[in-house]
Design a protein around this ligand. Structure first.
Ligand code: 5GP
Length: 198
């Protein structure tokens, strides 16, 4: 059986990446969204096991020790990691997997899985990003500043991704990402994929 594709989706916090992804998932069938583990506090509206597995630092370190992550990183003072087992399970059944990770995660996954397809979702400008982060206003000024600095660094890496989607108008961004996924699916269905994670 042909293995599923792996889509790595990145974009600075506040780029609208989660909204774009959610909307694309409404139109897709046969996919698995990889739920990461994190040591950060849940934001209002986030649910355990849906956006993240919210775990303690101690548990996170145990999981690193146990080799349970495909990759992990420290971001804005918290740990984030991608559990490996669910990805292997879905890809081997021919189900496409979507990963929402930052730039280090992208780099590390690419090293392990060069066939993975990567898409960077970017806000139209750093000014628009700042407005969006302030509107969300779930974080302190210092944390917003830290995320903006990080965003600039991330946006400079957009060129290392296979595709870049500018999230200016939401509907356009959703259509673009959906089209990218459908095109890749058609291509890999024709070529087959056998060697991931083996
Ligand atoms: P947030 O706290 O805004 O949910 O996420 C912060 C950043 O961490 C986002 O850029 C998101 O893509 C990234 N992220 C979430 N889960 C993972 C993960 O498992 N690994 C890596 N490397 N980054 C992650």
């Amino acid at each position: 059986m042909s293995k599923g594709d792996i889509f790595i989706i990145s974009g600075p916090s506040g780029s609208g990446k989660s909204t774009v992804l959610k909307r694309v998932f409404e139109r897709l069938e046969n996919y698995f969204f990889s739920v990461s583990a994190t040591t950060r506090e849940p934001r209002p509206g986030e649910a355990e096991g849906r956006e993240y597995y919210f775990i303690s630092r101690e548990k996170f370190l145990d999981m690193i020790e146990g080799g349970e992550f495909l990759e992990y990183t420290e971001y804005a003072g918290n740990y984030y990691g991608t559990p490996l087992a669910p990805i292997e399970a879905h890809v081997s059944c021919g189900i496409d997997v979507f990963l929402d990770v930052e730039i280090e995660g992208h780099k590390n996954i690419r090293k392990r899985i060069p066939e993975a397809i990567s898409v960077f979702i970017t806000p139209p400008s750093i000014e628009v990003l700042e407005q969006r982060l302030r509107k969300r206003s779930t974080e302190t000024e210092e944390k917003i500043k830290r995320r903006l600095r990080r965003a600039k660094k991330e946006m400079a890496m957009a060129g290392t991704y296979d595709f870049v989607v500018v999230n200016d108008e939401l509907e356009t961004a959703v259509n673009e990402l959906y089209t990218i996924v459908q095109n890749i699916r058609t291509k890999t269905e024709n070529n087959g994929k056998e060697d991931y994670l083996s």
